[in-house]
Design a protein around this ligand. Structure first.
Ligand code: PNS
Length: 166
């Protein structure tokens, strides 16, 4: 048995974090010693929350869970993974519709860095239809999303979308 810590990167937009993402993080912690939740910082991509806000929400939602680090990255994911000595990139898989895009990205990442493995984790059935975009869409019009996001995210969504306050 090796003493080397197995680190995985869980990258994404996380605009915002959902309970589906949290489910994937918890599953990843069953396999890896440390998970770095890496928020893509891309100012040219329109987002509801700034990357700093997204990092804050994730940190609050993870509540200091020690094997989870939260960070931002820009540029190539595999370069970031190399810098962090990560052995794997985690992606959550919900339905077959996720597959094509994920497959393409995983193969490109492998071509760019063969030392980092892509690991796909199935989200819990409960979260199969959950996505940040559908949650934002519902929240914008006052739809109840409170059982789909962690509490700190719900509070931030209520700030952005006054209709959520009832
Ligand atoms: O949550 P998302 O938006 O599906 O996450 C996509 C993300 C951030 C994982 C992907 O866009 C990414 O890795 N971007 C960084 C640039 C990169 O390395 N792309 C893949 C190879 S071209």
């Amino acid at each position: 048995m090796s003493d080397i810590k197995k680190v995985a990167i869980y990258p994404g937009s996380f605009d915002p974090l959902t309970l589906g993402h949290v489910d994937v993080i918890e599953r990843a912690l069953e396999i890896f010693d440390e998970v770095i939740v890496a928020v893509l910082h891309n100012p040219s991509k329109k987002a509801l929350f700034s990357s700093a806000e997204r990092v804050d929400m994730i940190k609050q939602s993870m509540n200091g869970l020690s094997p989870v680090q939260v960070d931002t990255f820009d540029g190539l994911l595999v370069e970031y993974a190399r810098m962090k000595n990560a052995v794997a990139v985690i992606r959550g898989m919900r339905a077959i519709s996720d597959f094509e895009n994920e497959f393409q990205m995983a193969l490109m990442n492998r071509k760019l860095n063969k030392d980092v493995q892509s690991v796909f984790l199935m989200t819990g059935l409960r979260w199969i239809f959950t996505s940040s975009s559908i949650i934002k869409e519902a929240a914008q019009f006052g739809g109840d999303i409170s059982d789909m996001v962690p509490e700190p995210v719900k509070l931030k969504l209520m700030e952005k979308f006054p209709k959520l306050n009832g």
